[in-house]
Design a protein around this ligand. Structure first.
Ligand code: NAD
Ligand code: ZN
Ligand code: ZN
Length: 394
């Protein structure tokens, strides 16, 4: 079969590799019809997370090709999407829907995933065939036919949509909230979409890439270009203008937002120079911007170590954060991996009913053979690359 191998930093290649196979009776084999490139893949591609010449990718959807003898709920030909985080379905965390922290699929740690060498060693999903362990617990059945009008909406269920939704859960977004999201990649855009689905009144999305900011506006959010001026001041200025003063009597005015989301992570760019990292800047901005008693969700990735990081503390995973501001404002902060199992069925139903349209973030659908160029342009955030779906059937 064909698969995408991360051979070295900035070098992905389409290779002929042995076909994926059923190993356990609880497995299925998936024949992919769509498999996406994610911002997380770029951390490996940039050499900032450990890689070992592995098959990359963790966002597959397609049809069931072969079924292990102990699998009960799936048949050959079923259309499915498969969440990034591999779960068993029977451990203590899986029972609570915390599938991103499954206790059995990565022995000795909590949480396994496709295409991450340090999360259980499972083969990646940017390939024609993918082995899906514990298939009854991991495959989400989908209506319709491969390649129909919902192919991209459903493909977003593998990772990026539940991750955006999880960000709004971590930031406790609810009815009437005002939400600031840093990062207009797939995760930030679908956090904006999710915030509106959960009843937010205003959503501000901060980035500097014009096409991504335009996409945020398409979802109803207010785009904030951080190159124009300090985004905290820009958002506070807009909030002042929209405030109904008479409603406030003598209350202390809160010019910020009730909820903040970091959808960028450790490779956050410096405001002055897009080619330089500044991993502290977003958390400091959120500390200024989020109102007292507000909530923050950190969904962008922070690896345990980043030997090539610009900040000596961050290199050993100890970022400097404005702890005292958070304490004095009484702000809560949530972190971590998406818990696919808690959201995937809800989000599938929102797609089926037409309320959610996450596939709108897809900017490119390309044959698997074009992965090397797609990685290069997506990593450079050039030529309108926002979200790439690879098509292994062409
Ligand atoms: N927690 C999880 O389960 C989970 C799952 C998927 C992805 N992620 C992480 O979420 C993050 C975003 O993923 P993505 O696919 O959207 O990535 P992406 O690379 O497509 O998007 C990141 C965006 O952030 C912008 N950006 C960079 N520095 C910025 C700054 N200082 N301020 C504002 N915007 C800035 C970039 O211009 C880019 O548009 C990544 O760190 C990824 O690893 C986490
Ligand atoms: Zn992903
Ligand atoms: Zn489990």
């Amino acid at each position: 079969m064909k698969g995408i191998i991360l051979v070295d930093k900035h070098d992905v290649q389409v290779r002929d590799i042995p076909d994926a196979e059923i190993v356990e009776s609880t497995d299925i084999l998936l024949r992919t019809t769509s498999t996406c490139i994610c911002g997380t893949d770029l951390h490996f591609y940039d050499g900032r997370m450990p890689y070992n010449g592995h098959l990359i990718g963790h966002e597959p959807m397609g049809v069931v090709e072969e079924v292990g003898s102990a699998v009960h709920s799936l048949r050959k030909g079923d259309r499915i999407v498969v969440p990034t985080h591999i779960c068993c379905g029977f451990c203590q965390n899986c029972w609570q829907g915390l599938s991103g922290a499954c206790l059995t699929t990565h022995p000795g740690a909590a949480g396994a995933a496709y295409g991450y060498p340090h999360q259980g060693g499972y083969a990646g999903a940017q390939a024609e065939l993918v082995r899906i362990p514990f298939a009854d617990a991991n495959a989400i059945k989908l209506p319709g036919e491969p390649g129909d009008e919902r192919e991209h909406d459903f493909a977003m269920l593998a990772d990026i949509f539940p991750t955006g939704y999880h960000a709004t859960e971590l930031a406790q977004v609810g009815g009437g909230d005002s939400v600031a999201i840093f990062g207009a990649g797939g995760v930030g855009l679908l956090a904006a979409h999710s915030a509106f689905l959960r009843g937010a009144s205003s959503v501000y999305v901060v980035d500097c890439i014009p096409e991504r900011l335009a996409k945020a506006a398409e979802f109803g959010a207010t785009p904030i270009d951080y190159r124009a001026a300090d985004p905290v001041e820009q958002i506070m200025e807009l909030r002042k203008k929209s405030r109904m003063d008479s409603a406030y009597r003598d209350e202390h005015v809160m010019d910020g937002v009730t909820c903040g989301i970091d959808a960028v992570g450790f490779q956050a760019r410096s405001r002055e120079d897009y080619h330089r990292d500044d991993p502290n800047w977003i958390i400091s901005s959120l500390a200024r911007l989020v109102n007292p008693t507000g909530h923050i969700g950190i969904i962008g990735v922070f690896p345990l170590k980043d030997p090539d990081g610009p900040d000596p503390n961050e290199r050993v995973g100890e970022l400097t954060v404005p702890w005292a501001s958070f304490f004095n404002k009484g702000i809560s902060i949530g972190f971590g991996r998406d818990q696919d199992k808690r959201y995937d069925i809800i989000l599938r139903e929102l797609i089926v009913s037409g309320r959610a349209t996450p596939g709108r973030i897809v900017s490119h659908r390309l044959p698997l053979s074009e992965a090397p160029g797609a990685f290069r342009l997506f990593n450079a955030r050039e030529e309108g690359y926002i979200k790439v779906v690879l098509d292994p059937t062409h």
